[in-house]
Design a protein around this ligand. Sequence first.
Ligand code: HEC
Ligand code: HEC
Length: 271
Amino acid sequence: MRFLTARRRHPAAKALVLVFALLVMGALYSALAPSSKSAADTSTSQQVEEGRALFAVSCASCHGLNGEGQTEGTIQGPPLIGVGAAAVEFQVATGRMPMARPGPQAEVKASEFTEEETLALAAYVASLGPGPAIPEPADYDPAGLSEEEIARGGELFRTNCSACHNFEGAGGALPNGKYAPSLFGVSNLHLFEAMLTGPQQMPVFSNGVLTVDDKRAIIGYLNELHEQPSRGGLALGGLGPVSEGLWAWLAGLGVLVLFAIWIAAKGVRAR
Ligand code: HEC
Ligand code: HEC
């Protein structure tokens, strides 16, 4: 149906959408950038201490008091030494951790921690051993990517991700009650961190395997892909531009017909 979209839309519509998206992106960026920036720069010993305290209360029961992991008994957790700040930010901000109960896969839920607490936990775990840091906005913000780069992102996505996440990023089931989640609505930061840290069954795509530019291209592609349904305004049964066109046509035609009848009626009366 995509070729229909292209044919039916006025050429300027695409440019307008793009300009609007860039404006929104710019606004979001300026709103979010300063806080994440300062957060990354201020991994102070105080933050590590705060993180250590939070960790002892919320995480140590499964991951051990010093993140050494716990592989015996009923409550278990893998060692966290060397998983890095990015893994903690991803796991805690998506609500996966602290894991509520044992199961095939940690559930995504509302996070129990503020952003500040999350960063403190991340700083503490990062202090246990070197691992991937939380990426900078410049790494995952796809603003300004060219159409070619976005197309390249699509190819990378189909090669590396679609086997599990489906070609549209809608997600899919995996063996043993596990699943690759839908990627709709996942923040750009978490898209980047998931690739960087490879949660659970997902492979790790380190920056050596998929460069920062590759990851950004994939993020740009997913942003564009997932924006599409809302581009044309009302969903109207999810049929997209075809049904919209049909409705516009029917409504427009209806108005014209009524107008013609009205003129005709007036004309008759005038005579
Ligand atoms: C009930 C036990 C439990 C609690 C509590 C818990 N975890 Fe976990 N955690 C797990 C298990 C099990 C896994 C591995 C399976 C998974 O990722 O779903 C895991 C995985 C992780 C990972 C991913 C490690 C990697 O290799 O990428 C991180 C990071 C993590 N936990 C951090 C935390 C933090 C921080 C807390 C506290 C806020 C916490 N966990 C609380 C059980 C727990
Ligand atoms: C082998 C299957 C597999 C492949 C390949 C794979 N993933 Fe995943 N992915 C998973 C699984 C399983 C999870 C869920 C892990 C969890 O919940 O702990 C996941 C989680 C994610 C998440 C987190 C979503 C959320 O709701 O928080 C993102 C983002 C993601 N993957 C993106 C990607 C991208 C981008 C690629 C390609 C570069 C990719 N994945 C490749 C299996 C896969």
